[in-house]
Design a protein around this ligand. Sequence first.
Ligand code: SAH
Length: 248
Amino acid sequence: MAVLDNIRVVLVEPIFGGNIGSVCRVINNNDITDLAIVKPRPTTDWDDARKLACNAKDQLDARKEFNTLAEAIADCTVVAATSARTGFYRDTAYTPREFSPIALESAKDHKIALVFGREDKGLHNEELALCTHIIQIPSSKRYTSLNLSHAVMLCCHELFTASETFQPSEEKADEAGSELRERMFATWREMMIKTEFTHEQKLEHMMMGLRRIFSRGKLTVPDVKILMGLAKQSIWVSNQWKKAEKHD
Ligand code: SAH
């Protein structure tokens, strides 16, 4: 089982259906599937939830509902409360980035939970007491409290990134070897003279500059072919001009 499958997002008494829908979308973006809602409110606007879930309506339908936080986290080892406030042991809070390796280590073998509070009042102290860790998302002193779904995104995204589920695409083209690179530099050298971009005296200096510029990143075979093609075309154009000038 993938570690992310062992992570449960728990929303305690969320007020806005829109936020619940946004959370579904957020967890879907981060390969998390386990969503629990504690004490869903009878006033919840489920139409809004469906609208904001967009393509994550399956997550919305698959949510589990519980009457108490204790029931929602009963099978979890690590349970992290999220809070924007300080005080009541919140001063020992982790950032989502610090917490992620701890969570993923436990999630290899156990269910773990991230608990999010009500939009107006956050989590009660009795709920915080049931949690093993506290997460505080660093934010402006002027306005520490984030929108519920944004807070879920920041926590889930740190977990997703730390899980290394996402592998950025790698350059597939071969890196150019010295022989090809030197042919390209020779073409550029000729181009700079033919186009009268530089005088003979300044040519070597200019060539060193070019070598520095082109060695700042990896040059692939297709990159070098583009650069070479550009120089060859410039040589051809300047030859055409010179021919035209002679006929004038
Ligand atoms: N006024 C409430 C804010 C609730 S925001 C309060 O003072 O607690 C809704 C939920 O989003 C919070 O209960 C918490 O779970 C999460 N959240 C918002 N901002 C956060 C932050 N800076 N750090 C951690 N969690 C945060």
